[in-house]
Design a protein around this ligand. Structure first.
Ligand code: OOB
Length: 547
């Protein structure tokens, strides 16, 4: 079992208050599915290209998988890496793990060994559930590689691909695990339900422990604010393991409301519009660059009927006001901006907000008991209406990362506020406008890149003496990454193609591969002798303005 120290608890008085307010109800995600399967067994819970399951079927599948997981030796409290694309099996697997009391660790399909090895090690995962292939990448082989690097990783479970029947030795096909349902362990809602991954600003993965109590509250509140009901069909177009399509209001919100989860294997307009038409999707969520692609396609062609779509959530990165204005008319939707983080706090614009709020702000906290404050670098409040750093605490924002005292010391204040690292402006009406970020993170269209992590790879390149990764504004993605390099030998500087290839071969998620390269003779320094990323960014902007 995970020890209580894996979870930094909320203070007792707050726990009591959240229970008294009815925020934390004592219900687990397993309880939620049981309740829905009892209330509306024949309603459709999940659809994708190959499957269509009622609530009763989903429940039965999850229970038999739970029995199979337990039979294999996965015990309550054990961590299990889940790396699956947007397929129906994702939903049965995570509910199977919830029923077994095991903790999914939500990996993204784009993660490669350089992300997954530290995640497996830091979580102490005993098992991994993955697919055979996704978009030409062999995940089964990746899982076998991980097993050699993570001492505790004993069981590899693969969703088979019927076109590629062979599984690597020592692995289990998911279907072979289905076992006759047996008594399932009692799971406490105050326990950790799963581990999410932090968008991260350091190279070391930060694991985010979320309890059933706190996460289910955020799911319920999101479902309410997005007005989900049993007729709602939520399309997971973004990678479903990410916090945004999972819970804002996401697949869990749709299931909480007794609606339907539809999954699209990729978020391209062609795949997603076809899914919207076939499954009569009513609501979905997108990062801004994808929203732009959808708008462009919808403005250019009416090949698909997407008129069932009523609400589009846009978030993960700042949505340019100009794009926000085009979304509603082009896609026939009400826009809801969402500014959230896997650590907790989620802000929404409300569906009935004035247009100026919906189009020009990232909304306001979803809970009356979310606390937000805007401070300067010393932690002192800034005058109202001034840009500053957002700190927060509340009923669904964690008080500490999983087994990571160093990160806790820097990311949380002594009295439990989470330092988001986001620079915001808190308007008098309570809505937030996100202005940027403190520190060394690139937000590449919602995919977060830790500068430090990419720099560490680059420093191993024989032609590189030193490297600094910074963000550069980009019309499509919001930001892209640029690496400034000091060459080991100025006579033979590295070329962009070489360093991209090098980073790719390190086995990292493709979005982390540098977009641009600048070879320089020296780095500008700050007053205290640190490399000034701000000056490097300014240099790039000045160059772009002059070109
Ligand atoms: C979501 O979660 P993460 O954990 O991948 O990233 C959180 C960070 C925030 O701290 C902020 O820097 C950025 O992503 N962000 C936004 C934003 N939404 C997130 N920056 C500007 N405007 C927005 N609307 O990205 C996430 C989690 C739940 C719901 C939505 C997004």
């Amino acid at each position: 079992m995970p020890s209580q120290s894996d979870l930094t608890p909320w203070p007792a008085a707050e726990v009591e208050a959240y229970r008294a307010l009815g925020y934390w109800t004592g219900e687990t995600f397993g309880d939620m599915l049981t309740a829905r399967a009892t209330a509306t067994p024949d309603a459709i819970a999940v659809v994708d290209d190959r499957n269509r399951w009622t609530y009763a079927e989903l429940d039965e599948r999850a229970r038999s998988l739970a029995s199979g997981f337990l039979g294999l030796g996965i015990a309550p409290g054990d961590r299990v890496l889940v790396q699956l694309p947007n397929i129906a099996e994702f939903v049965e697997v995570i509910f199977g793990l919830f029923y077994a009391g095991a903790l999914p660790v939500f990996c993204l399909p784009a993660h490669r060994q350089s992300e997954l090895i530290p995640i497996a090690q830091a979580s102490g995962a005993v098992a991994m559930v993955t697919c055979h292939h996704h978009q030409t990448f062999n995940h089964a082989t990746l899982a076998a590689i991980l097993r050699d690097h993570a001492a505790d990783l004993r069981h590899l479970i693969i969703v088979p691909d019927h076109k590629r029947p062979a599984l690597p030795g020592g692995t289990h096909a998911l279907d072979d695990l289905r076992a006759a349902p047996r008594d399932l362990p009692a799971v406490a809602a105050s326990d950790i339900a799963f581990l999410q991954l932090s968008g991260g600003s350091t190279g070391i993965p930060k694991l985010i422990p979320r309890t059933h109590d706190d996460y289910l509250y955020s799911v319920r509140r999101s479902a309410e604010l997005c007005r989900l009901d049993s007729s709602s069909v939520y399309l997971a177009a973004l990678p479903v393991a990410h916090n945004f399509p999972m819970s804002s209001p996401g697949i869990l919100g749709a299931l909480w409301a007794g609606g339907t989860v539809a999954l699209a294997i990729d978020p391209s307009p062609t795949t997603a519009f076809s899914a919207i038409q076939r499954f009569s999707v009513t609501i979905t969520g997108l990062v801004p660059p994808l929203a732009r692609l959808w708008v462009e396609r919808a403005e250019a062609s009416t090949a698909y009927d997407i008129s069932s779509l009523r609400v589009l959530l846009v978030g993960g990165a700042r949505c340019p006001d100009e794009l926000a204005r085009r979304l509603g008319p082009a896609l026939g939707v009400t826009v809801q901006q969402v500014f959230g983080m896997a650590e907790g706090l989620v802000c929404y614009t409300r569906l009935d907000d004035p247009e100026e709020v919906i189009l020009g702000t990232q909304g306001r906290p979803m809970s009356e008991h979310d606390q937000v404050a805007v401070v300067d670098e010393h932690g002192d409040p800034v005058p109202p209406g001034t840009d500053g750093l957002l700190i927060t605490k509340g009923p669904y924002t964690i008080r500490g990362y999983y087994r990571n005292p160093e990160a806790n010391a820097s990311s949380f204040t002594e009295d439990g506020w989470y330092r988001t690292g986001d620079v915001v402006n808190l308007r008098a009406d309570g809505n937030l406008v996100v202005k940027g970020r403190l520190g060394d993170r690139v937000n590449r269209g919602g995919e977060k890149i830790s500068a430090e992590e990419v720099e560490a790879h680059l420093l191993d390149h024989p032609l590189i003496r030193d490297a600094v990764v910074v963000s550069v504004p980009d019309e499509r993605l919001g930001e892209r990454s640029c690496v400034f390099v000091l060459a080991a030998d100025p006579a033979t500087p590295p070329a962009l193609g070489q360093i991209r290839q090098f980073v790719r071969e390190r086995g990292v998620a493709t979005w982390k591969i540098p977009d641009l390269l600048e070879v320089v003779d020296s780095f500008p320094e700050t007053g205290v002798g640190k490399i000034s990323r701000r000056s490097l960014r300014a240099e790039l902007s000045a160059r772009a303005a002059n070109s």
